[in-house]
Design a protein around this ligand. Structure first.
Ligand SMILES: Cc1cc2nc3c(=O)[nH]c(=O)nc-3n(C[C@H](O)[C@H](O)[C@H](O)COP(=O)(O)OP(=O)(O)OC[C@H]3O[C@@H](n4cnc5c(N)ncnc54)[C@H](O)[C@@H]3O)c2cc1C
Ligand code: FES
Ligand code: FES
Length: 508
């Protein structure tokens, strides 16, 4: 990020190639801003990140130094966060009277009926169309199709490498998903004269330091949205202005603003601070930048932490993962966040930074009560450290009402090391069964030193069922949560055998 912070009352955004000014109240979301510009393709369906009708494309930095067209929920993103950025909406995809290949396929395959959801689908589909790795996935799929006969049915990606899960955050009420899938799987590669494809080879706009201030006519107060240039500046602001509201990807904060009417007078944006981004590897740990999004981590880790590799696809939708940061997931202090159970099993440490410097705390000691943590008000979570070596047997079990794009009722992370048939080390993280995420310490102690067998698993099942203090709520009953804990170890054991279940006959 460049070093000087500009103080201004308008944010400058490039929308569909045209420089545009945003000068509305700081709590305005990108969707309302775009619609106010007459760009009404993106729609409001839910205003809480659940439907994808508001999806747009933003130019984000790629690990290779280029640009990645990234789909996000514009209903959650503060418009001021777009300062210095580049946006493409469904309107901007067509060239004159020529529709974009994604629009063409959706039209000819019958992918749209009432059309309310369509621009959102088009935006998510376009992001996947321009995903640089899609060509390689297509080649892999073609090879798999040769070997297995039909990669189309058996793989997450279509024969053209299109990952259907890129559409997991988009809902359609009337068309039905088959024609939409047909459109997605019919897409070729971008042509050589495709301007958005060419744009990928140039760097994304650098994050500009922003100090955006506007009077909010509704409340009569001055609202401020600030994105400092450095971490040092950010912690200084946090220290001297205790009322400041820290915001990263705004996937939680955006819901508070839209649904609960939350208004912050003073926002401190930490999503683009270089010091809080990236993946750093040392000989004894892997460090994840707190402001890296779940999608960035998924891509950059590329399976290096298999337990997180199992978690990412189960976390919300691609649209949410493109905005949500790992630091934000821990910053909420929520007992049902998905990363804590996995990170507890991985024995993660958090790096907390303030004007006093940096301290490292075990995640197991971080949560102190319902949405309470040991983080001081003037501290930021700046990184998450995963110690090495990793235990080889891992699992992430998310029990929710829907398989994808849902909040957990119960989540369980496992990291187990078995040596010569004995359990040398067991770490189990739990979410959704107490006021805080927690380690299943009694179960861990019971497992360690015992043979890795179904008998051991059954013996420990009741102990696991007794961990935590599950409650009844709208997601699940306490009884159901306990039952999920009781059956979880057996499921983990079966997974390690490459199976979905084990039978009672297998117990000697
Ligand atoms: C439709 C939808 C689906 C979702 N599905 C899931 C799901 O499956 N699993 C799940 O776990 N969550 C889910 N969430 C919740 C949310 O996406 C995550 O909690 C996300 O990780 C929050 O990150 P963010 O960057 O968007 O945080 P923000 O909204 O920017 O901030 C969230 C909180 O964390 C604080 N914060 C942010 N960064 C820091 C930091 N570096 N240091 C200290 N405090 C910080 C903020 O002050 C704020 O209180 C979902 C949300 C939506 C809207
Ligand atoms: S309006 Fe539904 S996700 Fe944004
Ligand atoms: S076409 Fe009507 S909601 Fe999708």
């Amino acid at each position: 990020m460049s070093a000087t912070t500009t103080d201004h009352t308008a944010a400058e955004v490039t929308i569909n190639g045209a420089a545009t000014r945003f000068d509305g109240p700081p709590h305005t979301n990108a969707l309302d801003f775009l619609r106010g510009q007459g760009l009404t393709a993106a729609k409001e369906g839910c205003a809480e990140g659940e439907c994808g009708a508001c999806a747009i494309l933003v130019a984000r930095p790629d690990e290779t130094g280029g640009t990645r067209w990234t789909s996000v929920n514009s209903c959650l993103l503060p418009a001021a966060a777009l300062d210095g950025g580049e946006v493409v909406t469904a309107e901007g995809l067509a060239t004159g009277d020529t529709v974009h290949p994604v629009q063409e396929e959706m039209a000819v395959r019958g992918g749209s009926q009432c059309g309310y959801c369509t621009p959102g689908f088009i935006s998510s589909m376009a992001a996947e169309y321009y995903r640089p790795e899609r060509g390689a996935d297509a080649a892999e799929n073609a090879a798999a199709a040769g070997a297995a006969g039909d990669a189309h049915e058996d793989h997450q990606c279509g024969p053209n490498g299109f990952d259907l899960h890129s559409l997991s955050g988009n809902l359609c009420r009337c068309t039905g998903y088959r024609p939409i899938r047909d459109a997605a799987y019919s897409l070729g590669q971008p042509s050589e004269d495709d301007a958005l494809a060419a744009r990928r080879d140039r760097p994304a706009p650098a994050a500009v330091p922003t100090d955006y201030r506007r009077a909010d006519t509704a409340t009569g107060t001055i609202g401020r949205y600030r994105r400092p240039a450095t971490l040092a500046e950010a912690v200084e602001i946090l220290s001297s202005e205790p009322e400041v509201t820290v915001v990263a990807g705004a996937t939680d904060w955006g819901v508070e603003v839209n649904i609960k009417g939350a208004r912050a007078k003073n926002v401190l944006a930490v999503d683009r601070l270089d010091e809080m981004r990236g993946v750093r590897r040392t000989s004894d740990h892997i460090e994840l930048g707190a402001s890296h999004t779940l999608s960035e981590l998924e891509r950059e880790l590329a399976g290096d932490i298999p337990l997180l590799g199992k978690l990412f696809p189960q976390f919300a939708s691609r649209l949410i993962r493109n905005g949500a940061t790992i630091g934000g997931n821990l910053g909420t202090g929520s007992p049902i966040g998905d990363t804590p159970p996995a990170l507890l099993a991985l024995e993660a440490e958090l790096v907390l930074t303030s004007v006093r410097g940096e301290r490292s705390v075990a995640l197991a000691d971080y949560f102190t009560g319902y949405r309470q943590t040991i983080r001081d008000a003037d501290e930021l979570i700046t990184a998450i450290r995963i110690p090495l070596p990793l235990s080889p047997l891992t699992s992430f079990q998310k029990i929710a009402k829907r398989r994808f794009d849902d909040i957990s009722s119960v989540a369980i992370g496992y990291a187990v090391d078995v040596r010569d048939g004995q359990i040398a080390k067991a770490r189990i993280g739990l979410g959704g069964v107490a006021a805080t995420p927690l380690r299943a310490r009694a179960t861990e102690a019971m497992l360690e030193g015992r043979p890795w067998s179904l008998e051991t698993v059954h013996a420990a099942a009741e102990t696991l069922a007794g961990e935590g203090t599950p409650m009844d709520d709208h997601r699940a009953s306490a009884k159901y949560r306990t039952a999920m804990l009781r059956s979880s170890l057996e499921r983990f054991y079966a997974e390690q055998l490459g199976r979905t279940s084990v039978t009672s006959k297998e117990v000697k």
